[in-house]
Ligand binder design. Structure first.
Ligand code: NIG
Ligand code: FE
Length: 422
């Protein structure tokens, strides 16, 4: 009897569904999920110490202090991981909805000084405390919907002081909220109004002042660039990402989101950990990503919300590119914190199977933020980030859509969400 190894025991799990391993899965492997029926999970502190079917439970007899959870015969998966968000901002942009309905395109709104630049004006005015308070609300919502870890980008400050303020807000959110928040520097999210006629100077500010300071103060792990027509072109993006790399920031890239720019190939060339969006990624770019092992972080909520095409997820999976899925949560192109909605869209619009989607929001998402050895699967030694669903099996959460099917969320071995009466 290993009573010492048992702070938490989840039993009567109808079916436990999890990918396995410590690295991103592409091709056929993306759809390989381990299912254990009538399962249990044992946890000591923050770490999973046992996983198996009820027959093996004899080795894990609870002691007096063990918290025992009856999963009620439901589905259990790893906690969801949202690997691409713009979490920290002030000012929602619901006014853009009517423009959008009249057919005004996203990049046109940006050109008119709206869009991202509107949020920049508000974010600059906001205090650190206000940004943290906004972020807390969104993280609460994410957690309720099953997200236990998220990535968060700066990029609504667009000057040294306000980019740093945004990254400090992300650090505070990580410290004070149960959801782990992984920081990305995205000073190259747009060209701010005061540099509109002088983009070169803004790029100089990014590489000479912002990146060194961010790296020195250890405020971010990744550096991202919006490589897009009218924003940063291929060579500008390459230059910024290489500079980030020289300062220890791992490259990520908003690639081929609204126009085919060759961003996917650039991602492969600079050795980016992930390329994100990829709606217009070319065959050649996809092939290059497969060869370089770059993860595709796909964001179907953005396609849905902007009325754009959907990325070629099946082509990417078949080419061997590991696919992750994320919300792209932001006030402009994807105002939702619900990774469940994204999972539904991926299944129905990308034609990804439930198994492929599960890998995409757990293990592959963990790999896209460099965390695949600690989170993303339910295996002995991994962090106990777990969702108990109000669902009898994996297919159910893709079928009963548009509602929150989370019953309970466990983060680092602690219950952090518990739906009453369910
Ligand atoms: O990923 N593309 C750039 N950034 C976000 C949109 C940000 C905004 O509109 O505020 C995106 O779509
Ligand atoms: Fe984004």
């Amino acid at each position: 009897m290993t009573c010492n190894n048992l702070d938490l025991l989840i039993k009567n799990i109808g079916v436990l569904a999890t990918p396995v391993g410590n690295s991103a899965k592409g091709g056929k492997e993306q759809g390989q999920i381990k299912f254990i029926e009538n399962a249990f999970i044992a946890v000591k502190g923050e770490i999973i110490t046992g996983v198996g079917s009820a027959d093996d439970l004899v080795d894990f007899e609870p002691c007096e202090n063990t918290k025992v959870i009856d999963a009620g015969g439901n589905l259990v998966t790893p906690g969801l991981i949202d690997s691409h968000t713009h979490l920290v901002f002030d000012g929602w942009r619901q006014k853009e909805l009517s423009l959008k309905l009249k057919g005004v395109k996203y990049l046109e709104i940006l050109k008119m000084g709206g869009g991202i630049l509107n949020t920049v004006r508000n974010t600059r005015k906001a205090t650190l405390q206000e940004l943290v308070a906004n972020g807390m609300k969104s993280l609460d919502r994410m957690l309720e919907y099953g997200t236990t870890t998220c990535e968060a980008k700066s990029g609504y400050g667009l000057n040294l002081e306000d980019e740093i303020k945004s990254l400090i807000a992300i650090r505070e959110l990580n410290r004070h909220h149960p959801v782990d928040v992984i920081p990305t520097f995205m000073g190259a999210h747009a060209v701010p109004e005061e540099y509109m006629e002088n983009k070169k100077e803004y790029i100089k500010l990014i590489v000479e002042e912002m990146i060194p300071r961010v790296a020195q103060d250890k405020l971010a792990e990744f550096c991202d660039v919006f490589c897009e027509e009218g924003v940063f072109d291929i060579e500008e993006s390459r230059y910024i990402l290489e500079c980030g790399k020289a300062h220890g920031l791992i490259p990520k890239i908003h690639a081929d989101e609204m126009t085919p720019m060759g961003g996917a190939r650039l991602a492969a060339e600079v050795g980016a950990l992930s390329a994100e969006h990829l709606i217009y990624a070319s065959d050649d770019g996809i092939k290059a990503m497969a060869e370089s092992g770059t993860i595709a972080v796909l964001l179907p909520g953005t396609s849905f919300y902007l009325g754009e095409s959907f990325a070629r997820a099946r082509t990417m999976i078949e080419a061997g590119v590991p696919v992750a899925l994320a919300t792209d949560f932001n006030p402009g192109s994807s105002p939702t914190e619900s990774l469940q909605l994204i999972m539904n869209l991926a299944c129905l619009k990308y034609r990804m199977t439930p198994e492929e989607v599960l890998t995409a929001v757990t293990l592959n998402a963990a790999a896209a933020i460099n965390r695949a050895s600690t989170i993303g699967t339910i295996e002995v030694g991994k962090q106990a980030d777990i969702v108990i669903w109000e669902a009898p099996d994996l297919d159910f959460i893709f079928y009963h859509y548009g509602v929150n099917l989370v019953k309970m969320v466990i983060k680092k071995g602690q219950i952090v969400v518990q739906k009453q009466g369910r």
